[in-house]
Design a protein around this ligand. Sequence first.
Ligand code: C5P
Length: 314
Amino acid sequence: MRLYTLLAAAKINLYLEIVGSRPDGFHELIMVMQSVSLCDRITVRSIGVDEIRVRCDHPLVPADETNLAYKAAALVMAQFPDAMAKLGGVEITIEKQIPVGAGLAGGSSNAAAVLVGLDLLWNLGLTRSELQDLGAELGSDVPFCVSGGTAIATGRGEQLDALPGIDSLHLVIAKYESEFVSTPWAYKTYRAEYGDTYVTNTQGWQERQAQVRSGEMVRAVARRDAIALGQHLCNDFEKIVLDAHPKTAALKATMADLGGLGTLMSGSGPSVFTLAESEAQANELAAKLRSALPDPDLGIWTAQFVPSGVQIAS
Ligand code: C5P
């Protein structure tokens, strides 16, 4: 086969707690991550010349070596130079649906799809865990995006344990097109604000003294208890990002007032989601949100929980 098309799912964080800052500059996290059906289409195609080409239909996504999808292909090529010598280079086409710079792992999911796609295209026979190890070199969220579903993520986000899926849940996602959050800025600001609540632990990194509260969320997921899940949504970045982005703070307040199971900002934001128990409820919440905030700058999507991160498109 000379071409594969894959669906790369967005992720939301049902839980994101920053538990400390590490000597390597990263933060130690406890997260519960969930793949959702909002996805980009990624096509990888063999080309005769030894190069990587990226094409994307979104004006804000760079089609050069700074794109994480390009970096994913470059990494695989560096690891398996014989494959490229035999089969030539690759053209990556990205059709964007996942909003950019939103905290929904759009870039990471595209990179994960390229890893899976090149494994197929070049017959590398890599295992999921080998693909995830490659993914960890590209970014903290990429390993989750390879496997997807529902998982608890620790370390800098790359250490994963699968949780039982709750695939019946739906959601509304909203984001102001003109608002973006830089993830490094969010971590840096968080550390500046809360760093003095940290103590040095036995491993030599700065640990927050606050108690870890992830148990309630993990229990809610394990019991597939949608009501409890909605009640235990938590994201430490809200403290930083909502203060700096009053429009997004107001969006979150409006979404929380519409009903639904619970409302939270995803990742480092600024996208916000509200969970719904059915597709009908998600559609109803989306319509209510549109009439409450008729601003053309506001993007609104409905989606549902899905059990995988990357799928071959049918
Ligand atoms: O891993 P990734 O490249 O997605 O991370 C982007 C930036 O976010 C890192 O350079 C770092 O500043 C910050 N980060 C962090 N702790 C993490 C994950 C990311 O400080 N666990």
